[in-house]
Design a protein around this ligand. Sequence first.
Ligand code: FE2
Ligand code: FE2
Length: 189
Amino acid sequence: MSIHKQLMSSLEYPIGKKLSANVLADLRTDHAGEVGAVYIYKGVLLVSRDRGVRDFAERHFETEQSHLLRIKEWLPPDHYSRLLPLWKLAGFLTGALPALFGPKAVYATIETVETFVDQHYEEQVQALQTQPELVELLQTVLDCQADEIHHRDEAADARGTLKVGFLLRLWCAVVAFGSRNAVSICRYI
Ligand SMILES: [Fe+2]
Ligand SMILES: [Fe+2]
C-alpha cells in the first residue's frame, strides 16, 4: 500500500486504529448483514400493500441504513464481502417472499432474523468488552444491537397471537439456518 493510501485509510477509518483480522472478519459479517437487512425491507416494500407492514418496513429500512453507515465507518471497502450481490439477493428474497403471503409471514420472518442478529452482535459485545482500545466500536455494536432487539420485539408484538403454522415455522427455520451460514461464509469471503 502506498504511503498516500495508508495515510488516507488512517484518516478515513477509525481514528487510524489497526484492527485485528478477527475484528475485521466480524465487521465484514456485520456489513454484509446490514446490507442484507436493507434489502429485506426493499423486498417487503416492493411487494406488500398492507399499510401496517409498509409503515413497519419504512421505519426499519431507515434504521438499517443508519446501521450500515455506522459499520462502514469502521470497515475499509477492501474488506467488504466479495459476495455482496448474493447477500443482497438473499436479503431481498427474505423480505419479498413472506410479503407475498401477508403480514404474519413478514413479522415472523423479521422476528427470526432479528433474534439471530441480536445473538450475533452479543458475541461481538462479549469479545469487544475485553478490548478497551475499541470502546468506540463497542458502542457502535451496542447501539445497533439495541435497535435490533427493538425490531425483534416490535415484530413479535405486531404478530401478536397470530399462530405460526407448520410451513411458516419451516420457512423461519430456513431463514435462521441461512443467516447462520451466511455469517460463517462472510468471515472468509
Ligand atoms: Fe441492522
Ligand atoms: Fe434490524
